[in-house]
Design a protein around this ligand. Structure first.
Ligand code: FAD
Length: 550
């Protein structure tokens, strides 16, 4: 039995704790999810455990872009630019609902970190390395054209601009869709399951001791090979390895703030220079604008990095300098989040100078650790890690693992047969309207769930026939889908990572939280102490992302 329904948690636990796996992956962010899919698709019997919710580490707290890698060109990281550019195309092909082209304006300013020379020459090199398709090649703009594209920009130091493309994603959903694809192909995956110790047999790791974070029960999981894909926790987990004495990571914190688009009505996304020679994104999304990010060394709590007023003021100062006509204040911030970059330690370098490259570390005990990297490069990272497992299998069992084929695997929600995503969207919306949904609801479902929209439509139809409830039907349908198809266990799982509402529509969270909690209670039958724990956890999450508890 393989399933991704929270209602089947007991059966999944039974399966994960009684089977012998080829591979156990520790960490349910994008790195772990990617490895689970690659390894399962190559025929390995795979288990994955996540101690919190999927994507509740860095993979749900990023800038939510599938990068082309322009930023890395400035650091002369040519291999990285070429790789992420290629990976971006693959993600777009296999999950078009989660990688949408986003036109980005890069203003060129006097004394800025991007010179006119870089704009002219650098963009050509970047597009050649990243393999940017013709329709999405950059356009150099004069000062007047730049102001036409974005009239709110400060004019004094403006020299011109460049229009180019980035791709926007929903990082937590991407992680979930990769995970769902792995599960549909046979991986056994569970959240709220923490690895606490490695199990050794003849000096080799043969499994992990784990603790269910909901019940406190302890279980062993048996696997021939173990992968540490725990992002910012990589050092903590490697410390459980008997022979490990080195720390690999330098953690930096990055913060984003969210404001209403009416407060800063930019016409499009902008990527601008700061006075301290950093770059900041301003990205419109669903009536809001999110702005980020900061980059500061961090050595605090890994589970719950906090946004500070200093972080918020830094971003506000940057933005007010660049958009002086629309001054923003702390009170304008509706929501925010902080994420931790698990970067490979390079002493002596500043936070923004450290490479975003990934690295694989292998131990004689059999443990394989992957650290660093980007959301965008997850598929290639996974391929490299599973190749390493392939080397071990060749050595230990004298058999060859098939080559990776994830470049040809359409992800869950990305199973689209139409010639273009827009054609698919049009057809699917009309299917929804034909089955009695409003255009608005059908569109919201298609854009979020891609080819899984049919499942959500079915739930809505059923609810419309059987239930009369104060919660809007779209919210209820998403909730049921999240519980039954995406292992959503807690109200925070739903509001933060399944729906993104905590960041992009916090008013809806505040309005419906009590109703959602009781609706979930009706389905998942929480014990009273668990109900209290989850309610407190959601309230804390709301406080953490609001300014001064607003
Ligand atoms: P994580 O997502 O942190 O996953 C590791 C998981 O392991 C966690 O969920 C954790 O709970 C779990 N875990 C830890 N210990 C245990 C244990 N003992 N047992 C079980 N589970 C455990 N990349 C891009 O491509 N585009 C961007 O726009 C972008 N923007 C970014 C912006 C910011 C501010 C930051 C911080 C990063 C950004 N990145 C971006 C980088 C990208 O988000 C990360 O590289 C990526 O998400 C790392 O994923 P991961 O799976 O390695 O780590």
């Amino acid at each position: 039995m393989n399933s991704f329904s929270a209602k089947n948690r007991a059966a999944i636990i039974q399966q994960i704790t009684t089977s012998q796996f080829d591979l156990l992956i520790i960490g349910g962010g994008i790195t772990g999810a990617g490895i689970a899919l690659d390894a399962t698709a190559r025929g390995l019997k795979v288990a994955l455990i996540e101690m919190q919710d999927f994507a509740s580490g860095t993979s749900g707290r990023s800038t939510k872009l599938i990068h082309g890698g322009l930023r890395y060109l400035k650091q002369f990281e040519f291999r990285l630019v070429a790789e992420v550019g290629k990976e971006r195309k693959i993600i777009h092909r296999n999950a078009p609902h989660l990688a949408r082209p986003e036109k980005m304006l890069l203003p060129i300013v006097r004394h800025g970190s991007i010179s006119k020379f870089f704009a002219w020459i650098g963009m050509f090199i970047y597009e050649w390395l990243a393999g940017v398709k013709k329709a999405e090649r950059h356009k150099i703009l004069s000062k007047e054209e730049t102001l036409l594209a974005e009239p709110l920009l400060q004019k004094d130091n403006l020299l011109g601009g460049v229009l180019f493309y980035e791709y926007r994603t929903d990082d937590a959903r991407l992680t979930l869709e990769v995970m769902k694809e792995a599960v549909s192909r046979g991986a056994t995956v569970i959240n709220y399951f923490k690895a606490t110790e490695f199990i050794y047999q003849n000096e080799k790791i043969s499994g992990a001791k784990t603790e269910d974070q909901i019940t406190g029960e302890k279980h062993d999981i048996k696997a021939k090979y173990i992968i540490n894909a725990s992002g910012p926790w990589v050092d903590e987990l490697d410390d459980l390895e008997k022979n490990n004495h080195t720390h690999k990571l330098q953690i930096t914190k990055g913060v984003h703030i969210v404001i209403d688009q009416k407060k800063l009505p930019v016409k499009q996304s902008v990527y601008f220079d700061t006075n301290d020679k950093r770059m900041i994104f301003v990205i419109p999304r669903e009536g809001k604008i999110y702005i980020g990010t900061t980059d500061t060394f961090y050595n605090g709590n890994l589970e719950n990095p906090k946004v500070t007023v200093e972080d918020q003021n830094y971003l506000l100062n940057c933005i007010n300098h660049f958009f002086p006509a629309n001054k923003l204040y702390l009170d304008d911030i509706e929501s925010s989040w902080a994420g931790l970059r698990p970067l490979i330690n390079k002493p002596g370098k500043g936070p923004s100078e450290i490479s975003r490259r990934d690295e694989i570390f292998t131990y004689s005990s059999g443990l394989i650790t992957i650290a660093g990297g980007k959301l965008t490069g997850y598929r290639k990272m996974a391929q490299r890690v599973v190749n390493k497992i392939g080397e071990r299998i060749r050595h230990d069992e004298k058999t060859n693992l098939p080559n990776s084929n994830t470049d040809a695997i359409q992800l869950s929600g990305g199973k689209i047969t139409e010639a273009s995503f827009s054609e698919f969207v049009k057809n699917k919306i009309s299917d929804g309207i034909n089955s009695g949904l409003s255009k608005e609801i059908a569109e919201a479902v298609v854009m979020r769930f891609g080819s899984n929209a049919d499942e959500v439509y079915k739930i809505i139809e059923h609810l419309n026939k059987t239930e009369n409830h104060e919660l809007p039907v779209l919210l209820r349908a998403q909730l049921i889908y999240a519980i039954e198809h995406e292992m959503c266990i807690t109200p925070s799982d739903f509001f933060i990572r399944r729906s993104g509402l905590l960041y992009f529509d916090i008013a809806t969270v505040k309005r419906w939280k009590t109703s959602v909690i009781s609706y979930m209670q009706g389905i998942l039958l929480y014990q009273p102490e668990i109900l209290e724990r989850y309610s407190k956890e959601l309230n804390r999450a709301i406080d953490d992302c609001s300014v001064n508890g607003k």
